[in-house]
Design a binder for this molecule. Structure first.
Ligand SMILES: Nc1ncnc2c1ncn2[C@@H]1O[C@H](COP(=O)(O)OP(=O)(O)OP(=O)(O)O)[C@@H](O)[C@H]1O
Ligand SMILES: [Mg+2]
Length: 200
C-alpha cells in the first residue's frame, strides 16, 4: 500500500507533523474497512500544534488501536457501531489521541493484562498489537492507557505524547501526568464513550 510504503521509508526519523495528519493517514488505511463493517467513524480534533515525533511509530500504534476497535465493534450487538478519534492538547508539553469505540468492552479483570504480550481474546489474535504499541509509546517518551467501564460498554485507548522528545527529559520517569479527570478523557460520561446519543 502506498501510504505504508511511504512510512516504511522514513521509519526512525523525527518529523514535525500534526497528530491530525498521522490520524488521517491511519484512517485512510482503515476507513474503507470500517465502512464495510457498518461502523461509523467520527472525528473530534481539537487545536493540535505540530509535534516532533517518529510518525511511523505513531501510525503503527493508531493502526493497531483502530484495528482493535473494529474487532470490538464487530463483536458487539449494538446496532449503531461507532469509532471516534479525538485529539487534544493535554497541556503545553503533551498531546493526546484517543480512540474510542462502543464495541464489546473489556472486563475489569482483563484491563490489567491486555498489554501483556500474548494476551488475546480473539480466535486469530496474537496478543501482540497492544504490547508493541505500549513499547513504541514508551520509546517516544509517551504513555498508552486503556479504559473500559466493563463488558459491553465500549473502550477507550489514550496515547499521550510529548510535544518534543525534549519534554521527556524534563519530565523524568516516575513523574505523574496531570490527573486524567481534569480533561474530558479518558471518558467519564456516555458521550465520551462515544455511545449512541439521543438526537438533540
Ligand atoms: N477496543 C477494544 N475493545 C475491547 N477489547 C479490546 C480492545 N482492544 C484490545 N482489546 C483486548 O485486548 C486484547 C489484546 O489486544 P492486542 O491488539 O494486543 O492483540 P489482538 O488484537 O488480540 O491480536 P493482534 O496481535 O493481532 O493485534 C484483544 O484480544 C482484546 O481482548
Ligand atoms: Mg490487535
Amino acid at each position: 500500500m502506498a501510504i505504508q510504503h511511504a512510512y516504511a521509508k522514513v521509519s526512525g526519523v523525527l518529523e514535525n507533523v500534526t497528530l491530525q495528519d498521522i490520524v488521517e493517514d491511519a484512517l485512510r488505511m482503515q476507513g474503507e474497512i470500517l465502512a464495510h463493517h457498518n461502523i461509523k467513524l467520527l472525528r473530534d480534533y481539537g487545536q493540535a500544534p505540530p509535534i516532533l515525533v517518529d510518525r511511523h511509530k505513531v501510525l503503527q500504534i493508531l493502526f493497531n488501536l483502530l484495528q482493535n476497535a473494529k474487532h470490538a465493534c464487530d463483536k458487539s450487538n449494538t446496532s449503531e457501531k461507532n469509532i471516534m478519534v479525538r485529539i487534544r492538547a493535554r497541556d503545553n508539553q503533551q498531546m493526546a489521541v484517543c480512540v474510542l469505540d462502543n464495541g464489546m468492552g473489556i472486563a475489569t479483570e482483563d484491563l490489567a493484562r491486555i498489554f501483556s504480550q500474548g494476551f488475546s481474546t480473539r480466535k486469530d489474535g496474537h496478543g501482540f498489537g497492544l504490547h508493541s504499541s505500549l513499547l513504541m509509546a514508551q520509546d517516544m517518551g509517551g504513555t498508552l492507557k486503556a479504559f473500559s467501564a466493563g463488558l459491553g460498554l465500549g473502550a477507550t485507548f489514550t496515547l499521550e505524547l510529548p510535544l518534543t522528545p525534549k519534554a521527556r527529559s524534563v519530565q523524568p520517569g516516575g513523574q505523574q501526568n496531570p490527573p486524567d479527570c481534569q480533561l474530558p478523557f479518558p471518558p467519564t460520561s456516555p458521550a465520551d464513550l462515544c455511545l449512541p446519543q439521543k438526537p438533540t
